[in-house]
Design a protein around this ligand. Structure first.
Ligand SMILES: C[S@@+](CC[C@H](N)C(=O)[O-])C[C@H]1O[C@@H](n2cnc3c(N)ncnc32)[C@H](O)[C@@H]1O
Length: 256
């Protein structure tokens, strides 16, 4: 197995795909991207992702959010408690075993039943705000209105298939200037070792931003944020220092 990875490494060479790091231009101050840049900079350094996103969502005056992949509801509870201005919090998770999801968190149905109960109990105080979709992203998509969300936080199926579906499905759900953010933007794809499917949020989200012509922020703590601001176009604000990564660092398994 390791020989195969060595060969892949030789094939890939040592250069990452170049992408531009650009600051907004002076005349840009009124763009959604420039506003998000100010908001994000004010919250760095990032010490705790729940606290970081709660502050970012509050600063953009978020009314309507969606979390993809809720699990036991820890992130949802934090955001709902912290963001008083929220009116709707869409919680998307099938809370069931998935035959086509090769990740360690893919528990049996009984365990997911308990995780669902915990998520409901943690967020019970906000029952009037939460909108529960016990479904995969694709199954839930039709029930989430287009163009209305202030932000989506993607933390579900992090495989290449999963992040592809999540980004393509959720981009149209955002308002102009809304945030397409997420977790597990890991610097190496073998997040759970080579016995599980690789995590390909990075670099796919970076390429998705380029393909759809939107700015992206790479962030510490394996976080990312694309801004639905086609007027600004593709720019990389590399606060997480991803652009210096070589293909070997990204694609070869790390010593465990
Ligand atoms: C890492 S956990 C989420 C943790 C949660 N966001 C938090 O921070 O507290 C991943 C979750 O993604 C869900 N998931 C897996 N595949 C999914 C899919 N296709 N659509 C939506 N959710 C999915 C799993 O059921 C699991 O509960």
């Amino acid at each position: 197995m390791s020989r195969i990875f060595e060969q892949i490494g030789q094939f890939l060479g040592a250069r990452p795909t170049p992408a531009p790091l650009q600051a907004p231009e002076p005349g840009d101050a009124a763009t959604p991207c420039a506003h998000v840049l100010q908001v994000i900079k004010a919250q760095l350094p990032l010490r705790n992702r729940e606290e970081f996103w709660a502050r970012v969502f509050a600063a953009i005056d978020a009314r309507s959010l969606c979390e993809i992949g809720v699990y036991k509801g820890a992130f949802a509870e934090h955001i709902l408690r912290a963001c008083e201005g929220l009116r709707a919090y869409h919680m998307v998770d099938p809370w069931r075993h998935l035959d086509d999801w090769d990740k360690p968190a893919n528990h049996g149905d009984a365990q997911f039943e308990a995780l669902y109960a915990e998520a409901m109990s943690r967020t019970a105080a906000f029952a009037g705000k939460r909108v529960v979709h016990r479904a995969t992203t694709r199954e839930a998509a039709a029930a989430i209105p287009d163009g209305g969300l202030d932000a989506v936080y993607i933390d579900g199926d992090h495989s290449l298939r999963g992040i592809t579906i999540d980004l393509i499905t959720m981009l149209p759900k955002l308002r102009h200037g809304g945030l397409l953010a997420g977790d597990d933007f890991t610097r190496n794809i073998w997040q759970h070792g080579t016995d599980f499917a690789p995590t390909e949020v990075f670099p796919f989200a970076l390429y998705f931003a380029e393909a759809t012509g939107r700015p992206i922020f790479t962030l510490p703590g394996s976080q990312f944020c694309i801004v639905n601001d086609p007027g600004t176009g593709f720019r990389v604000f590399d606060f997480g220092d991803y652009l210096s990564l070589s293909p070997r660092e990204i694609y070869l398994p790390r010593a465990r």
